[in-house]
Design a binder for this molecule. Structure first.
Ligand code: NAI
Ligand code: MG
Length: 352
């Protein structure tokens, strides 16, 4: 029997509603595949910030450094500036634990209507690989003459050869492992004239090592248009922290709802725990009503199982999601249904 120690950070808003459904599905699959989870629940959140001035305790990360994985809902709440919640919790976890890959599958399921006309299952099925540790999300910069007419604000991006090469390497290897052997790079080397030409150079240099992979690259502006008009063109798409972030909301939106999109923040060397969370945020507009879609959280649980080496158990969860959607099972309002978060979670656990 396999046993895992999982840090659970439900966070804020709908994070606290979808995480229990993720745990329900994982418990169900655990019973079937003989996997035991010890859930170490943490109250790290905006709620905690309001009480203590910190999103998480000072020694928080040391306390979970030895855990097998982190299962996170969402953080962020009105009244707490978004940069405080993000930089007080999510970004430190991603960076301290060197989770430099953010992997985000995008897939149109059978039984789901895409907002894009005439798209059917199979037309949209690709992976976004987002750089997760550096790039445009940087603390380097500052503000001069604040509040005056001479105000100056500078924000620097950080692109290191090590950081760029390792995310590109991961994306090439992932493309190699898939049938289409096709990798697309998101760039903007016409407007951003230092970091992006460097990104393109490293992409081309690495492409030479993978002669059987078809590569292409697009500037981010036209790439977003292609995501809408030609989502069938893509198999693996690699982008910097900012571009990957944008593309991974756009991609799932094209498959019907962001509520089903999962993600894995991976430390591929496994020297530190990796973290699994839905792509969506805390959705204050629908929080507290029990109507959030739990599929993104549940699918993130499947990605966690995959990472822990339980591919069959992971597949059981994804198959349950496929069945629920294809067979007209209960669905939440964002997918045109009337079911509650819990009803969808229970139905999925039953299917597992
Ligand atoms: P959001 O993803 O929370 O919500 C965007 C829209 O999608 C809303 O209309 C929401 O109702 C809907 N939505 C999202 N998830 C859904 C689900 N599971 N089921 C049904 N509908 C869903 O993004 P927004 O509004 O930009 O951010 C809200 C807060 O969440 C902010 O504080 C933001 O910083 C934070 N956030 C946190 C993230 C994280 O923890 N990884 C990621 C994105 C945002
Ligand atoms: Mg995002």
């Amino acid at each position: 029997m396999a046993e895992y120690n999982i840090a659970v950070i439900a966070g804020d808003g709908i994070g606290t509603e979808v995480v229990p459904e993720g745990i329900r599905a994982l418990e169900a699959v655990g019973r079937k595949f003989d996997i035991t989870f010890r859930w170490d629940e943490k109250d790290w959140s905006c709620e905690r910030w309001k009480k203590t001035g910190r999103m998480m305790p000072e020694d928080a990360l040391e306390g979970i450094a030895g855990h097998d994985a982190i299962f996170l809902g969402a953080v962020g709440w009105p009244g707490v500036p978004d940069h405080v919640s993000l930089w007080g919790l999510l970004i430190p976890i991603r960076r301290v634990f060197r989770q430099y890959i953010n992997l985000r599958p995008v897939r149109l399921f059978e039984g789901v209507r895409s907002p894009l006309a005439d798209r059917k299952p199979g037309d949209i099925d690709f992976m976004i690989v987002r750089e997760n540790n550096e790039g445009e999300y940087s603390e380097i910069g500052g503000r001069l003459n604040a509040g005056t007419a001479e105000e100056v604000v500078v924000q620097e991006s950080i692109f290191t050869r090590k950081g760029v090469d390792r995310v590109l390497r991961y994306a090439f290897d992932l493309a190699q492992s898939r049938g289409k052997k096709h990798l697309t790079s998101a760039t903007k080397s016409n407007g951003i004239i230092h970091t992006m030409p460097f990104w393109d150079e490293r992409f081309q240099a690495m492409a030479a090592e993978y002669p059987d992979i078809r590569t292409d690259q697009y500037h981010i502006d036209i790439l977003t248009a292609h995501f809408v008009q030609h989502p069938d063109w893509f198999d693996v798409v690699v982008g910097s922290n900012l571009f990957g972030d944008i593309l991974s909301d756009l991609g799932p939106a094209a498959t019907g709802t962001i509520g089903i999109a999962p993600s894995a923040n991976l430390n591929p060397e496994r020297e530190h725990p990796s973290m699994f969370e839905p792509v969506h945020g805390s959705a204050p507009d629908i929080a507290g009503q029990g109507i959030a879609n739990p599929i993104g959280q549940i699918w993130s649980g499947a990605m966690m199982l995959d990472h822990l080496g339980h591919a069959n158990a992971a597949r059981a969860i994804v198959t349950a999601i496929e069945r629920l959607l294809a067979d007209g099972g209960p669905r939440t309002r964002d997918m045109g249904g009337t079911a509650s978060t819990r009803e969808v979670g229970m139905a999925l656990a039953d299917l597992v």
